[in-house]
Design a binder for this molecule. Structure first.
Ligand SMILES: Cc1ncc(COP(=O)(O)O)c(C=O)c1O
Length: 390
Protein backbone atom coordinates (compact mmCIF):
# COMPACT_ATOMS: atom_id res chain seq x y z
CA UNK A 1 0.00 0.00 0.00
CA UNK A 2 1.20 3.52 -0.80
CA UNK A 3 1.75 5.89 2.16
CA UNK A 4 -1.29 7.95 3.23
CA UNK A 5 -1.59 11.14 1.21
CA UNK A 6 -1.19 14.65 2.53
CA UNK A 7 -4.90 15.12 2.82
CA UNK A 8 -6.68 18.43 2.21
CA UNK A 9 -10.08 16.99 1.33
CA UNK A 10 -11.82 16.50 4.68
CA UNK A 11 -15.11 17.87 3.29
CA UNK A 12 -15.20 14.90 0.91
CA UNK A 13 -14.64 12.31 3.61
CA UNK A 14 -12.48 11.59 6.66
CA UNK A 15 -10.51 8.60 7.89
CA UNK A 16 -12.04 6.25 10.45
CA UNK A 17 -10.35 7.17 13.73
CA UNK A 18 -8.61 4.42 15.74
CA UNK A 19 -10.96 4.91 18.72
CA UNK A 20 -13.91 4.66 16.32
CA UNK A 21 -12.63 1.41 14.82
CA UNK A 22 -12.08 0.06 18.32
CA UNK A 23 -15.70 0.86 19.19
CA UNK A 24 -16.90 -0.96 16.05
CA UNK A 25 -14.82 -4.13 16.04
CA UNK A 26 -16.69 -6.04 18.77
CA UNK A 27 -19.85 -5.85 16.67
CA UNK A 28 -18.17 -7.08 13.50
CA UNK A 29 -16.33 -9.97 15.11
CA UNK A 30 -17.72 -11.20 18.43
CA UNK A 31 -21.15 -9.81 19.01
CA UNK A 32 -22.63 -9.86 15.52
CA UNK A 33 -26.21 -10.67 16.54
CA UNK A 34 -29.45 -9.05 15.45
CA UNK A 35 -30.71 -6.42 17.95
CA UNK A 36 -34.31 -7.51 17.30
CA UNK A 37 -33.66 -11.09 18.51
CA UNK A 38 -35.33 -12.19 21.73
CA UNK A 39 -32.23 -13.93 23.15
CA UNK A 40 -29.53 -11.98 24.96
CA UNK A 41 -26.85 -12.44 22.23
CA UNK A 42 -28.86 -10.13 20.01
CA UNK A 43 -30.94 -8.17 22.44
CA UNK A 44 -27.89 -6.83 24.35
CA UNK A 45 -27.06 -4.81 21.25
CA UNK A 46 -29.94 -2.45 21.89
CA UNK A 47 -27.84 -0.99 24.73
CA UNK A 48 -25.01 -0.29 22.29
CA UNK A 49 -27.43 1.48 19.96
CA UNK A 50 -28.89 3.47 22.86
CA UNK A 51 -25.44 4.62 23.96
CA UNK A 52 -24.53 5.68 20.44
CA UNK A 53 -27.84 7.49 20.08
CA UNK A 54 -27.21 9.38 23.31
CA UNK A 55 -23.74 10.41 22.11
CA UNK A 56 -24.93 11.67 18.73
CA UNK A 57 -27.86 13.42 20.45
CA UNK A 58 -25.38 15.18 22.77
CA UNK A 59 -23.42 16.48 19.75
CA UNK A 60 -26.48 18.36 18.48
CA UNK A 61 -28.23 18.94 21.82
CA UNK A 62 -31.19 16.77 20.84
CA UNK A 63 -33.10 14.18 22.82
CA UNK A 64 -32.11 10.62 21.90
CA UNK A 65 -35.70 9.74 20.94
CA UNK A 66 -35.61 12.48 18.29
CA UNK A 67 -32.90 10.67 16.29
CA UNK A 68 -33.24 8.12 13.49
CA UNK A 69 -30.15 6.29 12.23
CA UNK A 70 -30.04 6.05 8.44
CA UNK A 71 -27.59 4.73 5.85
CA UNK A 72 -26.11 8.14 4.91
CA UNK A 73 -26.66 11.89 4.75
CA UNK A 74 -28.37 11.52 1.39
CA UNK A 75 -30.99 9.15 2.82
CA UNK A 76 -31.61 11.52 5.74
CA UNK A 77 -32.18 14.46 3.39
CA UNK A 78 -34.46 12.48 1.07
CA UNK A 79 -36.39 11.20 4.11
CA UNK A 80 -36.93 14.67 5.60
CA UNK A 81 -38.31 16.04 2.32
CA UNK A 82 -40.43 12.94 1.73
CA UNK A 83 -41.92 13.10 5.24
CA UNK A 84 -42.70 16.83 5.01
CA UNK A 85 -44.58 16.27 1.76
CA UNK A 86 -46.48 13.19 2.92
CA UNK A 87 -47.58 14.85 6.14
CA UNK A 88 -49.12 17.78 4.20
CA UNK A 89 -50.47 16.32 0.95
CA UNK A 90 -52.28 19.54 0.08
CA UNK A 91 -48.99 21.50 0.01
CA UNK A 92 -47.00 21.07 -3.20
CA UNK A 93 -44.32 23.74 -3.03
CA UNK A 94 -40.78 23.61 -1.60
CA UNK A 95 -38.18 26.30 -1.02
CA UNK A 96 -34.48 25.47 -1.19
CA UNK A 97 -31.31 27.15 -2.46
CA UNK A 98 -29.31 26.93 -5.65
CA UNK A 99 -26.19 25.84 -3.74
CA UNK A 100 -27.45 22.71 -1.94
CA UNK A 101 -25.81 19.31 -2.22
CA UNK A 102 -27.14 17.07 -4.99
CA UNK A 103 -28.94 15.00 -2.32
CA UNK A 104 -31.38 17.90 -2.08
CA UNK A 105 -31.17 19.34 -5.59
CA UNK A 106 -31.63 16.07 -7.47
CA UNK A 107 -34.44 14.92 -5.17
CA UNK A 108 -36.17 18.24 -5.85
CA UNK A 109 -35.67 17.75 -9.60
CA UNK A 110 -37.48 14.41 -9.32
CA UNK A 111 -40.30 16.06 -7.38
CA UNK A 112 -40.64 18.70 -10.08
CA UNK A 113 -41.20 15.92 -12.61
CA UNK A 114 -44.02 14.70 -10.37
CA UNK A 115 -45.72 18.11 -10.41
CA UNK A 116 -44.29 19.75 -7.29
CA UNK A 117 -43.12 23.35 -7.50
CA UNK A 118 -39.59 24.14 -6.36
CA UNK A 119 -38.17 27.60 -5.58
CA UNK A 120 -34.37 27.60 -5.67
CA UNK A 121 -33.13 30.75 -3.97
CA UNK A 122 -30.14 32.47 -5.56
CA UNK A 123 -27.06 33.51 -3.58
CA UNK A 124 -25.02 36.71 -3.76
CA UNK A 125 -21.35 36.82 -4.88
CA UNK A 126 -20.33 36.03 -1.29
CA UNK A 127 -22.52 32.93 -1.28
CA UNK A 128 -25.04 34.52 1.10
CA UNK A 129 -28.85 34.38 1.00
CA UNK A 130 -31.32 37.26 0.81
CA UNK A 131 -33.61 36.49 3.77
CA UNK A 132 -36.28 38.96 2.57
CA UNK A 133 -36.49 37.02 -0.66
CA UNK A 134 -36.64 33.77 1.29
CA UNK A 135 -39.53 35.11 3.35
CA UNK A 136 -41.35 36.29 0.22
CA UNK A 137 -40.89 32.88 -1.37
CA UNK A 138 -42.86 31.13 1.36
CA UNK A 139 -46.48 30.67 0.28
CA UNK A 140 -49.54 29.08 1.86
CA UNK A 141 -48.86 25.92 -0.17
CA UNK A 142 -45.18 25.67 0.92
CA UNK A 143 -44.59 22.33 2.61
CA UNK A 144 -40.92 22.73 3.54
CA UNK A 145 -37.97 25.10 3.49
CA UNK A 146 -34.75 23.10 3.13
CA UNK A 147 -31.53 25.12 3.47
CA UNK A 148 -28.08 23.72 4.19
CA UNK A 149 -26.29 24.78 7.36
CA UNK A 150 -22.84 25.07 5.76
CA UNK A 151 -21.76 24.77 2.17
CA UNK A 152 -19.50 21.85 1.29
CA UNK A 153 -17.57 23.77 -1.36
CA UNK A 154 -17.06 27.23 0.12
CA UNK A 155 -17.79 26.61 3.80
CA UNK A 156 -20.30 29.52 3.82
CA UNK A 157 -22.62 29.23 6.84
CA UNK A 158 -26.30 30.12 6.47
CA UNK A 159 -28.31 31.71 9.34
CA UNK A 160 -30.46 28.65 10.05
CA UNK A 161 -31.91 29.89 13.36
CA UNK A 162 -33.27 33.01 11.63
CA UNK A 163 -34.60 30.96 8.73
CA UNK A 164 -36.28 28.45 11.06
CA UNK A 165 -37.89 31.28 13.02
CA UNK A 166 -39.24 32.75 9.79
CA UNK A 167 -40.65 29.34 8.83
CA UNK A 168 -42.20 28.85 12.25
CA UNK A 169 -43.96 32.23 12.10
CA UNK A 170 -45.50 31.13 8.81
CA UNK A 171 -46.34 27.59 9.94
CA UNK A 172 -43.89 25.96 7.51
CA UNK A 173 -41.58 23.03 8.30
CA UNK A 174 -37.83 23.61 8.12
CA UNK A 175 -35.02 21.14 7.32
CA UNK A 176 -31.31 21.79 7.36
CA UNK A 177 -28.59 19.67 5.78
CA UNK A 178 -25.97 19.93 8.54
CA UNK A 179 -23.67 17.28 7.03
CA UNK A 180 -20.73 19.69 6.71
CA UNK A 181 -21.44 21.62 9.90
CA UNK A 182 -21.21 18.70 12.33
CA UNK A 183 -17.93 18.57 14.21
CA UNK A 184 -16.86 21.92 12.73
CA UNK A 185 -19.26 24.37 14.36
CA UNK A 186 -21.63 24.11 17.31
CA UNK A 187 -25.03 22.65 16.45
CA UNK A 188 -27.84 23.08 18.94
CA UNK A 189 -31.16 21.93 17.53
CA UNK A 190 -33.04 23.63 20.35
CA UNK A 191 -31.52 27.00 19.45
CA UNK A 192 -31.91 26.39 15.74
CA UNK A 193 -35.59 25.49 15.99
CA UNK A 194 -35.67 23.30 12.87
CA UNK A 195 -38.02 20.32 12.53
CA UNK A 196 -35.50 18.18 10.61
CA UNK A 197 -31.69 18.08 10.51
CA UNK A 198 -29.46 15.68 8.56
CA UNK A 199 -25.98 14.41 9.46
CA UNK A 200 -23.49 11.98 7.95
CA UNK A 201 -20.96 9.92 9.90
CA UNK A 202 -18.14 9.92 7.39
CA UNK A 203 -17.53 13.66 7.61
CA UNK A 204 -16.53 13.28 11.26
CA UNK A 205 -14.33 10.18 11.31
CA UNK A 206 -17.08 7.54 11.42
CA UNK A 207 -17.26 5.13 8.45
CA UNK A 208 -19.04 5.86 5.18
CA UNK A 209 -22.56 4.47 5.10
CA UNK A 210 -24.07 5.74 8.35
CA UNK A 211 -26.19 8.86 8.72
CA UNK A 212 -28.73 10.43 10.99
CA UNK A 213 -31.99 12.29 10.76
CA UNK A 214 -33.12 14.46 13.66
CA UNK A 215 -36.90 14.86 13.79
CA UNK A 216 -38.05 17.38 16.36
CA UNK A 217 -40.46 15.98 18.92
CA UNK A 218 -44.15 16.17 17.95
CA UNK A 219 -43.33 16.64 14.24
CA UNK A 220 -45.49 14.32 12.15
CA UNK A 221 -43.21 11.77 10.54
CA UNK A 222 -43.66 9.38 7.62
CA UNK A 223 -40.90 6.80 7.04
CA UNK A 224 -39.11 6.59 3.72
CA UNK A 225 -37.64 3.10 4.16
CA UNK A 226 -40.48 0.82 5.14
CA UNK A 227 -40.05 -2.67 6.53
CA UNK A 228 -39.38 -3.93 10.05
CA UNK A 229 -40.19 -1.93 13.15
CA UNK A 230 -36.62 -0.73 13.76
CA UNK A 231 -35.95 2.84 14.94
CA UNK A 232 -39.39 2.83 16.61
CA UNK A 233 -41.03 2.12 13.29
CA UNK A 234 -39.45 5.14 11.63
CA UNK A 235 -36.80 3.40 9.50
CA UNK A 236 -37.07 -0.24 8.48
CA UNK A 237 -33.96 -2.40 8.07
CA UNK A 238 -31.80 -4.33 10.54
CA UNK A 239 -29.63 -1.83 12.38
CA UNK A 240 -26.00 -1.50 11.26
CA UNK A 241 -24.83 -1.95 14.84
CA UNK A 242 -21.08 -1.68 14.23
CA UNK A 243 -21.44 1.53 12.23
CA UNK A 244 -23.92 2.98 14.70
CA UNK A 245 -21.44 2.24 17.51
CA UNK A 246 -18.69 3.90 15.46
CA UNK A 247 -20.84 6.94 14.74
CA UNK A 248 -21.63 7.28 18.46
CA UNK A 249 -17.93 7.22 19.38
CA UNK A 250 -17.04 9.61 16.53
CA UNK A 251 -19.73 12.05 17.71
CA UNK A 252 -18.39 11.87 21.26
CA UNK A 253 -14.87 12.68 20.03
CA UNK A 254 -16.10 15.39 17.65
CA UNK A 255 -17.81 17.14 20.56
CA UNK A 256 -14.66 16.93 22.69
CA UNK A 257 -12.50 18.25 19.87
CA UNK A 258 -14.78 21.03 18.64
CA UNK A 259 -12.68 23.70 20.42
CA UNK A 260 -9.58 22.38 18.62
CA UNK A 261 -11.39 22.56 15.28
CA UNK A 262 -12.37 26.13 15.98
CA UNK A 263 -8.95 27.23 17.21
CA UNK A 264 -6.01 25.16 15.91
CA UNK A 265 -7.57 24.07 12.62
CA UNK A 266 -8.91 27.56 11.94
CA UNK A 267 -5.44 29.05 12.52
CA UNK A 268 -3.90 26.51 10.12
CA UNK A 269 -6.58 27.20 7.49
CA UNK A 270 -6.05 30.95 7.81
CA UNK A 271 -2.30 30.50 7.52
CA UNK A 272 -2.67 28.30 4.44
CA UNK A 273 -5.10 30.70 2.80
CA UNK A 274 -3.06 33.84 3.53
CA UNK A 275 0.14 32.21 2.27
CA UNK A 276 -1.46 30.97 -0.96
CA UNK A 277 -2.94 34.39 -1.64
CA UNK A 278 0.40 36.12 -1.03
CA UNK A 279 2.80 33.58 -2.57
CA UNK A 280 0.84 32.68 -5.70
CA UNK A 281 0.07 35.65 -7.95
CA UNK A 282 -3.39 35.87 -9.52
CA UNK A 283 -5.29 34.12 -6.72
CA UNK A 284 -8.40 35.10 -4.80
CA UNK A 285 -10.81 33.45 -2.39
CA UNK A 286 -14.30 32.33 -3.36
CA UNK A 287 -16.73 33.36 -0.63
CA UNK A 288 -16.39 35.57 2.42
CA UNK A 289 -13.91 35.40 5.27
CA UNK A 290 -16.87 34.92 7.65
CA UNK A 291 -19.35 33.39 8.39
CA UNK A 292 -17.48 30.31 7.21
CA UNK A 293 -16.52 26.83 8.41
CA UNK A 294 -13.14 26.95 10.16
CA UNK A 295 -11.60 24.27 7.92
CA UNK A 296 -12.55 25.27 4.37
CA UNK A 297 -10.81 27.47 1.82
CA UNK A 298 -11.86 27.75 -1.81
CA UNK A 299 -9.34 29.52 -4.03
CA UNK A 300 -9.49 30.62 -7.67
CA UNK A 301 -6.21 30.50 -9.62
CA UNK A 302 -6.26 32.86 -12.61
CA UNK A 303 -5.42 31.42 -16.02
CA UNK A 304 -5.12 27.82 -15.00
CA UNK A 305 -7.47 24.83 -14.86
CA UNK A 306 -8.14 23.30 -11.44
CA UNK A 307 -7.93 19.83 -13.04
CA UNK A 308 -4.25 20.46 -13.84
CA UNK A 309 -3.49 21.69 -10.32
CA UNK A 310 -5.21 18.66 -8.78
CA UNK A 311 -3.32 16.28 -11.06
CA UNK A 312 0.07 17.73 -10.17
CA UNK A 313 -0.82 17.94 -6.49
CA UNK A 314 -1.80 14.28 -6.68
CA UNK A 315 1.60 13.46 -8.16
CA UNK A 316 3.14 15.19 -5.14
CA UNK A 317 0.97 13.02 -2.84
CA UNK A 318 -1.48 15.81 -1.98
CA UNK A 319 -5.29 15.46 -2.13
CA UNK A 320 -7.57 18.44 -2.71
CA UNK A 321 -10.65 18.85 -4.86
CA UNK A 322 -12.63 21.05 -7.18
CA UNK A 323 -16.36 21.08 -6.62
CA UNK A 324 -17.99 18.33 -4.59
CA UNK A 325 -16.63 14.79 -4.75
CA UNK A 326 -19.93 13.48 -6.04
CA UNK A 327 -19.67 15.50 -9.25
CA UNK A 328 -15.93 15.15 -9.79
CA UNK A 329 -15.23 13.17 -12.93
CA UNK A 330 -17.56 15.34 -14.95
CA UNK A 331 -16.22 18.55 -16.46
CA UNK A 332 -19.18 20.57 -15.21
CA UNK A 333 -18.06 23.63 -13.29
CA UNK A 334 -19.24 23.82 -9.68
CA UNK A 335 -22.93 24.80 -9.47
CA UNK A 336 -22.14 26.56 -6.19
CA UNK A 337 -19.53 28.89 -7.70
CA UNK A 338 -21.68 29.51 -10.77
CA UNK A 339 -24.61 30.43 -8.49
CA UNK A 340 -22.29 32.93 -6.76
CA UNK A 341 -21.83 34.63 -10.12
CA UNK A 342 -18.37 33.28 -10.98
CA UNK A 343 -17.62 32.97 -14.67
CA UNK A 344 -17.32 29.40 -15.98
CA UNK A 345 -13.56 29.97 -16.33
CA UNK A 346 -13.21 31.05 -12.73
CA UNK A 347 -15.33 28.16 -11.52
CA UNK A 348 -13.12 25.75 -13.47
CA UNK A 349 -10.02 27.41 -12.01
CA UNK A 350 -11.04 26.94 -8.37
CA UNK A 351 -9.71 24.45 -5.85
CA UNK A 352 -11.14 23.55 -2.46
CA UNK A 353 -8.75 22.85 0.39
CA UNK A 354 -10.47 21.36 3.43
CA UNK A 355 -8.49 20.69 6.58
CA UNK A 356 -9.31 18.38 9.46
CA UNK A 357 -8.35 17.52 13.00
CA UNK A 358 -5.57 15.35 11.59
CA UNK A 359 -4.01 18.19 9.57
CA UNK A 360 -0.57 19.30 10.78
CA UNK A 361 1.51 22.43 10.27
CA UNK A 362 4.09 20.29 8.46
CA UNK A 363 1.40 19.25 5.94
CA UNK A 364 0.39 22.87 5.39
CA UNK A 365 4.04 23.76 4.78
CA UNK A 366 4.46 20.82 2.41
CA UNK A 367 1.47 22.01 0.36
CA UNK A 368 2.75 25.59 0.39
CA UNK A 369 6.14 24.36 -0.77
CA UNK A 370 4.66 22.64 -3.84
CA UNK A 371 1.70 24.76 -4.92
CA UNK A 372 3.39 27.95 -6.26
CA UNK A 373 5.67 25.93 -8.58
CA UNK A 374 2.78 23.78 -9.79
CA UNK A 375 0.67 26.84 -10.69
CA UNK A 376 3.63 28.57 -12.31
CA UNK A 377 4.43 25.47 -14.37
CA UNK A 378 0.83 25.15 -15.56
CA UNK A 379 0.61 28.83 -16.48
CA UNK A 380 3.69 28.53 -18.63
CA UNK A 381 2.98 25.14 -20.20
CA UNK A 382 -0.83 24.93 -20.31
CA UNK A 383 -2.15 28.47 -20.67
CA UNK A 384 -5.90 28.96 -20.54
CA UNK A 385 -6.86 30.90 -23.63
CA UNK A 386 -9.86 32.65 -22.09
CA UNK A 387 -7.69 35.41 -20.59
CA UNK A 388 -7.90 36.85 -17.12
CA UNK A 389 -10.71 35.70 -14.93
CA UNK A 390 -13.22 37.69 -12.97
C1 LIG B 1 -23.52 19.17 2.30
C2 LIG B 1 -23.65 17.70 2.08
N1 LIG B 1 -24.86 17.13 2.15
C3 LIG B 1 -25.05 15.82 1.95
C4 LIG B 1 -24.00 14.99 1.66
C5 LIG B 1 -24.26 13.53 1.42
O1 LIG B 1 -23.83 12.74 2.52
P1 LIG B 1 -23.58 11.17 2.28
O2 LIG B 1 -22.31 11.05 1.53
O3 LIG B 1 -23.48 10.58 3.66
O4 LIG B 1 -24.75 10.65 1.55
C6 LIG B 1 -22.71 15.53 1.54
C7 LIG B 1 -21.56 14.68 1.17
O5 LIG B 1 -20.64 15.10 0.50
C8 LIG B 1 -22.54 16.92 1.77
O6 LIG B 1 -21.33 17.50 1.67
Amino acid sequence: MSPPPVYFDHNATTSVGPEVLEAMLPFLMGNWGNPSSAYRFGHQLTETIDTARANVAALIHAEPRELIFTSCGTESINTAIHSALLSQPQKRHLVTTAVEHSATLKFCQQLEKRGFEITRLPVNPNGGLDLDLLEKSIRPETALVSVMFANNETGVIFPIAEIAMMCRSKGVLCHTDAVQAAGKIEIDVKQLGVEFLSLSGHKLHAPKGIGLLYVRRHTRFFPYIIGGGQERGRRGGTENVAYIAGFGRAAELAKERLPEMQARVRVLRNQLEAEILSRVPGTSRNGPDEPRLPNTSNIAFDEVEAEGILLLLDQAGICASSGSACTTGSLDPSHVLVAMGCSLERARASVRFSLGLATTEAEVNYLLGRLPTIVEKLRVNVPVSAGRLR
